[in-house]
Each structure stands twice: as structure tokens, then as C-alpha cells.
Design a protein around this ligand. Structure first.
Ligand code: HEM
Length: 151
């Protein structure tokens, strides 16, 4: 009888542990931020570098960056990495200006915007970012459009 109780207790403990483990696993899978799913800081920095490189080398968008010196470009690059990192749920601190103030007066048109989205898609493809995460990055960037594009 005593043995039977002990075996029962043993099974209850194993079952409880198994259920807790599964719940923990499910919670972890659910709570992974976009930042984590993209591969963290270095992966985001590499994506931003590639995207900015494409914008600066683009025939139409290059005009926005032509007059900027290296320090200005590096500053904008670092702030963009921090911005995306934070927006994706990472632990970065963004110390730049808001998107409206930053881009006000640049005269970025709808057409410029569409080119930048096309270039971002090329970057995401190059880095093999999965469809779900690509869509989330594009949504995140699209939400900034009203602050960046001027009529
Ligand atoms: C057609 C699209 C875009 C163009 C042509 C553009 C152009 C520029 C330029 C020329 C600067 C440098 C300004 C300066 O140093 O005075 C800049 C700064 C910046 N951009 Fe954009 N941008 C575009 C879209 C975006 C997007 C989608 C983001 C967000 C991921 C972004 C984030 C930033 C940030 C964080 C800065 C630096 C802010 C600061 O100086 O405080 N830009 N942008």
C-alpha cells in the first residue's frame, strides 16, 4: 500500500513537471519579440547597413544623402539601428529626433517612399528573413510613412 502511494506520488510529480515544461516552452515561443526573431542586434545592424547602402547608391534617393559627410551618415546609420532595434522590441535606447522632425523639409515624395520600400524588400530577401518577420518589418516601416512622406 505504501509502495503504491509512493509510485502514485512519483507519477504526479513527473506529470506536473512535464506540464510545467510544456507551458514554459509555449510561453517562450509566444513571447519572442521581433528583435529576437530577426536574430538580435548584429542581424538588425547588418540589415540597416545594407538598406541604407542601397538608398544612398540609388539613382533617385541618392540626392538626399549626397551632401552629407561621413560623420553625418554614420550618425544617421547608428540612430536608425537604434530606432529599429527599439521598435522591434530590443533593449536599445533611441536618442534621435522623431521621424517627423528628422525628415521635415526634405521633400520625400510618395515615389521616393515606394523606391525605399522596394529596396528594403531586396535587403530582407538578401538576408533570407522569413515571410512572417519580413511582413512585420515592412508593417513597422510603413507605419512611419505619414511622418516621412511630404505631400
Ligand atoms: C525614402 C525614405 C527615407 C529617406 C530619403 C531618408 C533620408 C534621411 C536622411 C537624408 C537623413 C539624415 C538627416 C541628417 O543627418 O540631417 C535621415 C535621418 C534619419 N532617418 Fe531617414 N530617410 C528615409 C526613411 C527612413 C525610415 C523608414 C526610417 C526608420 C527606420 C528612418 C530613420 C531615420 C533616423 C533614425 C534618422 C536620424 C535621426 C536624427 O538625426 O535624429 N528614415 N533620413
Amino acid at each position: 500500500m505504501k509502495n503504491f502511494r509512493l509510485i502514485n506520488l512519483f507519477f504526479i510529480i513527473i506529470l506536473t513537471l512535464a506540464v510545467s515544461f510544456q507551458t514554459l516552452k509555449a510561453q517562450n515561443a509566444k513571447e519572442k519579440s521581433l528583435y529576437q526573431r530577426l536574430g538580435g542586434y548584429d542581424a538588425i545592424a547588418a540589415v540597416v547597413d545594407d538598406f541604407l547602402g542601397r538608398m544612398m547608391n540609388d539613382e533617385q534617393l541618392g540626392r538626399f544623402f549626397n551632401g552629407l559627410g561621413t560623420d553625418r551618415k554614420m550618425r544617421a546609420r547608428q540612430l536608425t539601428v537604434d530606432f529599429v532595434c527599439k521598435a522591434a522590441g530590443g533593449h536599445c535606447v533611441y536618442t534621435g529626433r522623431d521621424m517627423l522632425v528628422t525628415h521635415k523639409g526634405m521633400g520625400i515624395t510618395e515615389d521616393d517612399w515606394n523606391i525605399s520600400v522596394k529596396l528594403l524588400k531586396q535587403t530582407l530577401k538578401k538576408f533570407n528573413v522569413p515571410a512572417k518577420e519580413s511582413a512585420e518589418v515592412l508593417n513597422l516601416i510603413s507605419s512611419l510613412k505619414p511622418s516621412i512622406v511630404e505631400k
